[in-house]
Structure formats: structure tokens, C-alpha cells
Design a protein around this ligand. Structure first.
Ligand code: NDP
Length: 451
């Protein structure tokens, strides 16, 4: 049996069936590595794969707090420190009822490769809790964040592990987490990124993931000699941080973004989405997208219950570019078929692992340009790294410097992924290109640092 197959079987043998989503992420990477493992036996000799698929550390803890009616609530907190070969652990925190250790292991594993692709000094980690900030008062969110940090602070530090935001963790939660860390330790240091600008955040961090997605996609179209986004119809799923800034940047490139979604439904506005209204509904009111049609009566709102069988409304709309920016496994094989039938030319992942393996296979088979998340959405963590640099030097970069550095980073990731796919004989397969390029850097560091 080959090295790859051995590692996969051992991983499955030593994990529970509950780890399905983690296996999906690991197998996608491992299956890409065949060409590099064949060409150099050093990875097998140093047991790189066996070491890479097991987290360095998994921390799981109880988070108890009082809700507004003085009732005790108990949640589970996690931090998965996956690999620090390239730098201190780095990766976001997710607060969502679906959070469990399998989801966080999948996200932490992906993060190792994403961080590697940036070329910056960052290892991979992920954390969070099954706490749901939705429907909670600000005081309840603060009490939860305080309790969560009471435990988490033992495991993080500016040269150890630097968390950030993710689903359910925005500037408000980051502020409470930072405030509590400061209180417990009496240290004012950059232990978390995505902070509001007034106390150490970087300009453009909120926008970075979405803007980076579009910078990456624009560059990839250039490499592929395809028409740019100007005047092209695009569809985006989600309407959170990543989705909204993807829409904003696409619009600034002249694209007509006609659709976006949330967990309850989809908006279609043939004239192009009203970005200010979206920000008001989602960032300020934290309300449902259904509100969009109250002021824009020509737009159409479709509820989740009315989606076509086995498919998602947002991917039934004809478009040049599709940008899944909501959550994992939100674009399935039926959605892929609909997009292809309707003439979609490029799919760019803004969310982490939003496309199912079957959907990706179909895109590659049909030669649709497919940009995987770990390359396309690395702009957020890149600007987080710029935030760490600014904090360490007690400096502030201006908007132009951050934006220029973000764009340069996304262009260089794109070039590295493109050239790697050519070097290893998998031209046009940017899943393999990204996985091989990212793996090489991490694996070489792991070998050089010894067992
Ligand atoms: P947010 O919490 O800001 O937004 C998530 C959005 O997705 C919300 O609009 C939510 O709807 C929507 N959503 C959730 N589930 C579904 C679903 N099943 N169908 C349709 N919409 C859904 O999260 P982010 O924008 O920060 O993160 C989105 C994705 O991007 C995640 O995969 C995350 O891991 C990834 N990512 C985020 C980065 C960042 O910098 N924030 C960096 C890199 C990756 P509702 O409003 O109803 O809750």
C-alpha cells in the first residue's frame, strides 16, 4: 500500500466517524500531493504527512456565564493548535451552535495551508464555541466573551497563538475578548487580530478577506486570458463580513452583483445590489435579508423553504462569476450543474470549503476556472499579520500601505498557485496547485526543525 493510502487509513482508524468533515478537508489536500510525494521521498522518510494530520494540541473547556435573567448557561469552548512550523499559531474563533471539534479541526487544518500560501510567518489554528450570539443581548455577549477568555488566555500570546474573528465573531466580540485578556494579564499586547481601529486594529482588516477574494480572482482571470469583471453579472452567497466586502470590491471593479443570501433566504436584484442597504440590514440592524425588499420592491426574495429541490437559489441565477462566501458545503453538485448550464466561467471560494468534493470535481472536469478558498480567501489572515506587525512595533499603517500590501500578497499567492500547477503537470487545477505550494513550505520547515 502506498504512503498516502497508509496515512489516510491510519487517520480514519484513530479518529471517530464523527470526524467526517475533518476527513473531507484532509483528504482533499492529501489527494493533491501525489505528484510531489512521488518526486521526493524525503516527505515519507521524515513522516511529514503523519505529523501534519494530527493537531499539536486540542484544548476543550467549559464556559459558564449568567444570562440576562440570571440563569446559568454552560457552553463548550475550544482551541485547536494545529501546526506552528511556520510561525505562531494563527486562526479565527467561530461562535455558532454547529461548532464542534471536527469542524474546528477541519478549519485549523485548512488554516495551516492558507497561512503558508501568504508567505508570511504564521502557523495554523482555529477555535470557538457552540455559543450562538444571535438573539443575545450585548450584555450577554459580553458575559460570554469574558468567561471564554478567562480560560482561553492561558493558551494564547503574541508569540504563541493569536486568534481572530470568524462566523459570529466580529469587532464587538473581539473588543470584549481583548478587554478581558488585558484585565486578567495587565498586558496591552496584540493577542487577537480584527480589533477595532481605535485600540490596535488595522485599517482595512474588516474588508480584507472580501477585497482579497476579488484581487485574487481578478489576477487569475488575467493569467487565464479571460475577460475582467467589468459589466459582468456575479452572484455571491452569504451576507456577512466576507460576502459584503466581496460584493463591494466586485462593484468597484464594475461588476453587476445581482444576488446574495443569508441563512433564511436569497435576494435577487437585477439592477445590482444596494451595498449600503445590505450593510445597514446586516451590520447595523443584524436583521434578515427579507428587509431588502421593503425599500426595493423590484427585487425578489426567496425563502429557504422555497429553494429548488436539492439546490440553492443563489446558484440558479445565470452569472459570469460565482462567489460562495457563506459557509462550508453550501455549493453542491446540483448547484455546480446549474452554474455550468447557465454559463458561469469562474467560481471563487470566499468561505472555507464551501464547495462539496463532487462539485469541485465537476468544475475541474468542465474546465470552469476554480479558485479554492485556501488561496482566494487568504487576504483576511494576511492583513491580520499586518495588524500583528503594527502592534509589535506600536505603529499605524495608512490605508494605501495596507491596501497595496494586501493586493501584492494576493497577486503573489495567485502567481505561486498558477506556476505550481504548471510545474507539477496539473495545469489549470488550482486546487492541486494551492495544496502543493502550501504543503512544500510547511513540510520543508517541519523537516528542518527536526522531529
Ligand atoms: P459572518 O458570520 O459575518 O457571515 C456568515 C454569513 O453566511 C451570514 O450572512 C449568514 O447568514 C450566512 N449563512 C450561514 N449559513 C448559511 C447558509 N447555510 N446558507 C446561506 N447563508 C448562510 O461570517 P464571515 O463572513 O466572517 O465568514 C463566512 C465564511 O468565510 C466562513 O466560512 C468563514 O470561515 C470564512 N472566512 C472568514 C474570514 C474572515 O475574515 N471573516 C477569513 C477567511 C474565511 P445569517 O446572517 O442569517 O446568519
Amino acid at each position: 500500500m502506498g504512503y498516502l493510502q497508509n496515512v489516510k487509513e491510519n487517520l480514519q482508524k484513530n479518529s471517530s466517524s464523527f470526524d467526517q468533515i475533518f476527513f473531507q478537508a484532509v483528504f482533499e489536500v492529501l489527494d493533491s500531493l501525489e505528484p510531489i510525494l512521488q518526486s521526493d521521498k524525503v516527505y515519507e522518510e521524515f513522516g511529514v504527512l503523519e505529523r501534519l494530520v494530527v493537531p499539536d494540541r486540542e484544548v476543550k473547556f467549559k464556559v459558564s456565564w449568567f444570562d440576562d435573567s440570571n440563569k446559568v448557561q454552560v457552553n463548550t469552548g475550544y482551541r485547536i493548535q494545529f501546526n506552528n512550523a511556520l510561525g505562531p499559531y494563527k486562526g479565527g474563533l467561530r461562535f455558532h451552535p454547529s461548532v464542534n471539534s471536527s469542524i474546528l479541526k477541519f478549519l485549523g487544518f485548512e488554516q495551516i495551508f492558507k497561512n503558508s500560501l501568504t508567505g508570511l510567518m504564521m502557523g495554523g489554528a482555529k477555535g470557538g464555541s457552540d455559543f450562538d450570539p444571535k438573539g443575545k443581548s450585548t450584555s450577554e455577549v459580553m458575559k460570554f466573551c469574558t468567561a471564554y477568555m478567562t480560560e482561553l488566555h492561558k493558551y494564547i500570546g503574541p508569540r504563541v497563538d493569536i486568534p481572530a474573528g470568524d462566523i459570529g465573531v466580529g469587532p464587538r466580540e473581539i473588543g470584549f475578548l481583548f478587554g478581558e485578556y488585558k484585565k486578567i494579564t495587565s498586558r496591552y499586547e496584540g493577542i487577537i487580530t480584527g480589533k477595532p481601529y481605535m485600540f490596535g486594529g488595522s485599517l482595512l482588516r474588516p474588508e480584507a478577506t472580501g477585497y482579497g477574494v476579488v484581487y485574487f480572482a481578478d489576477e487569475l482571470l488575467r493569467f487565464e486570458n479571460k475577460e475582467p469583471f467589468k459589466d459582468k453579472i456575479c452572484c455571491v452567497s452569504g451576507s456577512g463580513n466576507v460576502a459584503i466586502y466581496t460584493i463591494e470590491k466586485l462593484q468597484s471593479f464594475g461588476a453587476i452583483v445581482v444576488s446574495c443570501s443569508d441563512s433564511k433566504g436569497t435576494i435577487y436584484d437585477s439592477r445590482g445590489l444596494d451595498i449600503n442597504l445590505l450593510k445597514d440590514i446586516k451590520f447595523h440592524k443584524r436583521a434578515s435579508l427579507e428587509e431588502y425588499v421593503l425599500t426595493h420592491s423590484s427585487a425578489i426574495y426567496t425563502k429557504v423553504e422555497d429553494y429548488p429541490d436539492g439546490a440553492h437559489e443563489v446558484w440558479t441565477i445565470p452569472c459570469y462569476g460565482a462567489f460562495p462566501c457563506a459557509t462550508q458545503n453550501e455549493l453542491n453538485i446540483n448547484d455546480a450543474r446549474n452554474l455550468i448550464e447557465n454559463g458561469c466561467q469562474i467560481v471563487v471560494e470566499g468561505a472555507n470549503m464551501p464547495s462539496t468534493p463532487e462539485a469541485i470535481e465537476l468544475f475541474l472536469q468542465e474546465q470552469i476556472i476554480f479558485a479554492p478558498a485556501k488561496a482566494a480567501n487568504a487576504g483576511g489572515v494576511a492583513v491580520s499579520n499586518f495588524e500583528m506587525s503594527q502592534n509589535a512595533a506600536l505603529q499605524r499603517w495608512d490605508m494605501d500601505k495596507v491596501d497595496e500590501s494586501l493586493r501584492t500578497t494576493m497577486k503573489s499567492i495567485c502567481k505561486r498557485v498558477y506556476l505550481t500547477s504548471k510545474d507539477y503537470g496539473v495545469d489549470g487545477n488550482y486546487v492541486d496547485g494551492a495544496n502543493i505550494a502550501a504543503f512544500k513550505r510547511v513540510a520543508e520547515a517541519m523537516i528542518a526543525e527536526g522531529i
